[in-house]
Ligand binder design. Sequence first.
Ligand SMILES: CC/C=C\CCC/C=C/C(=O)SCCNC(=O)CCNC(=O)[C@H](O)C(C)(C)COP(=O)(O)OP(=O)(O)OC[C@H]1O[C@@H](n2cnc3c(N)ncnc32)[C@H](O)[C@@H]1OP(=O)(O)O
Length: 300
Amino acid sequence: MSSILRRCTKLTHSGILSMLPGSNGRSCALQYFASEKRYSTSSKIKVDLDSNTGVAIMQFQSPPVNSLSLDFLTEFAINIEKLELDRSCRGVIITSALPKVFSAGLDILEMYQKSPEHYVEFWKAVQEAWFKLYGSSKVTIAAINGNSPAGGCLLAMCCDYRIMAENPRYSIGLNETQLGIVAPFWFKDTMQNVVGHRETEKGLQLGKLYTAPEALKVGLVDELVPEEKVVSSAAEAMSKWLAIPDHARQLSKSMMRKPTIDRLLAAREADITNFVSFTSKDSIQKSLGMYMEMLKKRRS
Ligand SMILES: CC/C=C\CCC/C=C/C(=O)SCCNC(=O)CCNC(=O)[C@H](O)C(C)(C)COP(=O)(O)OP(=O)(O)OC[C@H]1O[C@@H](n2cnc3c(N)ncnc32)[C@H](O)[C@@H]1OP(=O)(O)O
């Protein structure tokens, strides 16, 4: 068992670190909290770094669905950057503190009936979050404990390893076409790097949301585990990844990801211009409006 697991912790949906049953629960608790460092006290994302293991747990806690608003993305990028610069941190587990949802993806309201200036600011934040996570030198593991459409799937795909709750009601994928919008090339590249060309072609055109078992089958996630074990399994996987010397693993990661990162770096401004003109179209605004209505109707 990993040293992380030996710390006898588990995460509950309430986001509270609680104890696994053990013979010496009290001393385990003391040991855990003695080494835990709170990174972020912000409302949307909570980060705890265990200084003994070097593993940070980042929990999304932005109700109702952890949608990726401008504020959320800004906070996310700052947190990832802070961990990147912290030499005591070697790995990050990303998960949700909310029930049933990892992240609902980009906040549609940020793309609906706003000014071009707002779209520029928002899209820069999306790009920045991607650069920070996809380019992170740390081991990153997504503990996907709920639905993860579109931007939520993108964040998970940026990680080195993905563990998903085996609940067949949960789904993950780039479903943009279902909203009448198009995933940009770097969303596509990220997916292609995970599942290959053919599956990405099908997944993108159909806007496919893969159920957890389907996601495992196509390699969109690496493991399915019972929901209550998603974070502890991520900790277990983390200890395997951390057994590799950092410098060798980091160079290998960079070698694999650099061409994809360079591609967006070279087209950053054009990508923003493209997003703004695409999003500002009446037809796209209409599609987004209808999609939001559909979400509301489904609820009532
Ligand atoms: C050139 C390039 C151009 C464009 C590229 C843009 C790329 C876009 C990427 C994206 O990420 S777009 C977002 C795609 N996301 C989705 O399609 C998810 C939609 N949401 C859902 O399917 C569900 O909400 C759920 C995540 C499965 C959770 O379901 P649940 O039943 O738990 O919640 P409910 O549906 O009732 O939602 C609660 C509440 O939240 C609002 N909501 C949901 N998702 C979003 C979102 N992505 N953005 C903003 N708001 C969202 C939903 O409307 C409800 O609001 P209400 O309480 O006011 O009714």
